[in-house]
Design a binder for this molecule. Structure first.
Ligand code: SF4
Ligand code: SF4
Length: 146
């Protein structure tokens, strides 16, 4: 992966990043690609994480299988952008965008710091024994205990 001489993830705010830097900030953990369940009958019910990963996710490569076309394939996929920063609270607490939105540092295992994408694996969907979404899957069978 590309090495950056300027640690932009420490020195720049999210709204100052170039497109390339914005994309590089993503650690590829895939946690935002897991399905969540929320009780619609309960006001402000917490979103419960499952280990069912989006049908477009490539479990071998650890990433979206068609990132450029992801929203055509999965219309509910959220494209993260600075314009939506106020909505980042739904992202996992380790998400680089969420952390930087709150001016918090990246974890030491982030690929921009370690220089390798391998370091994210213990903190990624792969560590959760994920299953791929199918048309018949029952999400409730795959809730991750708190
Ligand atoms: S949770 Fe954040 S850092 Fe992880 S893959 Fe999603 S956008 Fe990237
Ligand atoms: S379409 Fe790709 S980026 Fe979007 S949730 Fe699915 S796997 Fe993740």
């Amino acid at each position: 992966m590309k090495k950056y001489t300027n640690p932009f993830w420490e020195t720049k705010q999210l709204n100052e990043l170039t497109n390339e830097e914005w994309e590089a900030l993503c650690d590829g953990c895939g946690l935002c690609c897991l399905h969540k369940l929320q009780d619609e009958d309960v006001e402000d019910a917490p979103a419960l994480m499952t280990r069912v990963v989006c049908r477009c996710y490539d479990l071998q490569a650890l990433g979206c299988s068609d990132y450029p076309n992801r929203q055509k394939i999965v219309p509910e996929c959220t494209a993260l952008s600075i314009k939506r920063a106020s909505e980042f609270e739904w992202l996992p607490q380790t998400c680089a965008y969420r952390l930087r939105h709150h001016n918090l540092p990246l974890p030491q295992w982030h690929p921009l710091i370690t220089g390798t994408r391998e370091s994210v694996q213990p903190y990624s969907v792969r560590a959760l024994n994920p299953v791929l979404e199918t048309e018949t899957i029952d999400f409730e069978d795959y809730l991750i205990p708190n």
